[in-house]
Design a binder for this molecule. Structure first.
Ligand code: HAM
Length: 422
């Protein structure tokens, strides 16, 4: 026996029948984005390592511990994308997309890579659906981005999720807070590694999972208390617009996103049934990212939603469909001439938009009927020599076993009349 292989540790994979939920999730998440004028951005899975190390920030776990970085054959350092925003910004700058109409509104979906410790809902290759709106600062745009995510979840039938919003303010607000926070942190007894992290970005300590650090940080100065008038007004506007849209949220003064580029409005969606990995999406505004990556000084806002976790959440809430893989028609030919006719019937039915399949191979009638059941066929057509001779056959409705006589040449019309498709 030759060696059997396994997928690399911690990757998420989708295959039938569950892959249909994956497809559905993407379809639904995309809908509100398309409705709001976001357009597809299809980008490389790997980028120059610096796009992430500079864009996402050296102080983050993502950059310091979790990147899949490798040298290509030309000695260039490349990294499998751990997130989408920095790559979008690189492409926007490279292709001058910021010189056209603003905001530039794009969406993307695909695999992302982080070398995290795998567990339920946390993978090393995972999938995100994301949007970015670049080049305009307007609280209505912040609210729109949040609302696109919210409507995406709702359209999948999800209910048990909460939205947290926060604000990191503008640069002067952050400087005022940072000064006080650094003062506070320097008064604490911390190990060297933690001190180093704090030196790179003191906000990171709010994100520290260790209970002893949590206790210390519970008394730390909060950014929300340092927002200047402009930032405060902006944050209040975002909240007001969300409230008017009947989008429920809580303000989380301790929210620190895991990536360094955030400024202004930030937000996270948590799902109540997912345990430790409850974050089903998050995002925020990023004022400095474009400049950091060599572009002009334009702000942007966006989100990334974790498709894998959304699927787990749909399953937990019992809203994941189980019958997406139905067939409108399953044709069972008995004999060679029946097969040739059956094959053309299936082809023409498919062209009319029905989902149809043929019993391939040499199957017994019993085996083929079982397959029809298994494939969730709505109708079955058995064609034998008699049917070939007469040009008519019995169309069997699987839900109640009733049959109706149909002419093989007008099967499409018959199906159109009978169709009970959801
Ligand atoms: P993020 O919060 O790092 O943000 O990731 C967004 C979402 O991706 C998370 O809420 C989670 O659902 C999912 N996710 C992250 N890591 C994993 C993992 N290891 N396994 C499974 N799911 C995961 C970003 O990535 C930003 N680029 C979002 C953004 C766009 N901000 C502005 N624009």
């Amino acid at each position: 026996m030759s060696q059997k292989y396994q997928a690399p540790k911690g990757v998420s994979e989708y295959f039938p029948p569950r892959s249909s939920i994956f497809e559905l999730a993407i379809e639904h998440l995309k809908r509100p984005a398309l409705a709001a004028g976001y357009q597809l951005m299809e980008l490389p899975i790997f980028e120059d390592t610096e796009v992430f190390s500079r864009g996402v920030g050296e102080s983050t776990d993502v950059v310091s511990k979790e990147m899949y970085t490798f040298e290509d054959r030309g000695g260039r350092s490349l990294t499998l994308r751990p997130e989408g925003t920095a790559g979008v910004m690189r492409a926007v700058i490279e292709h001058n997309l910021d010189r056209g109409q603003l905001p530039l509104k794009v969406f993307y979906t695909g695999p992302f890579f982080r070398a995290e410790r795998p567990q339920a809902g946390r993978y090393r290759q995972f999938f995100q659906f994301g949007i970015e709106a670049i080049g305009v600062e307007d609280p209505y745009l912040d609210a729109e981005v949040i609302s696109v995510a919210w409507h995406g979840y709702r359209s999948l039938g999800l209910k048990n999720f909460t939205l947290k919003v926060g604000s990191l303010g503008d640069a002067p607000s952050r400087t005022a807070h940072r000064n006080e926070l650094v003062k506070y942190i320097s008064s604490l007894k911390l190990d060297e590694e933690t001190k180093n992290r704090a030196a790179k970005n003191p906000l990171r300590l709010f994100d520290d999972k260790r209970p002893e650090i949590k206790v210390l940080m519970a008394k730390a100065p909060l950014l929300l208390d340092y927002l200047n008038e402009k930032s405060k007004e902006n944050f209040e506007s975002v909240q007001e617009i969300l409230s008017n849209q009947k989008i429920e949220f809580v303000v989380d003064p301790m929210m620190v996103r895991g990536l360094d580029y955030y400024t202004g409005t930030t937000f996270e969606f948590d799902h109540g049934d997912l345990g430790a990995q409850s974050g089903i999406g998050g995002g925020g505004r990023y004022d400095g990212l474009m400049e950091t990556l060599g572009g002009q000084s334009l702000s942007g806002i966006g989100f990334g939603l974790g498709v894998d976790r959304i699927i787990l959440a749909m399953e937990a809430e019992g809203v994941a469909p189980t019958n997406r893989n139905y067939l409108d028609l399953f044709v069972i030919p008995l004999g060679e001439s029946a097969k040739s006719i059956g094959y053309s019937i299936v082809e023409s039915v498919r062209k009319s938009g029905f989902v149809a399949d043929l019993a391939f191979g040499e199957r017994s009638l019993k085996g083929a009927m079982k397959a029809a059941d298994h494939r969730m066929a709505h109708y079955v057509l058995v064609i034998g020599d008699d049917e070939v001779g007469s040009g008519t056959a019995q169309l069997k409705k699987m839900s109640d076993g009733s049959t109706s006589s149909v002419t093989l040449t007008s099967l499409v019309d018959a199906l159109k009349k009978l169709s009970t498709r959801p």
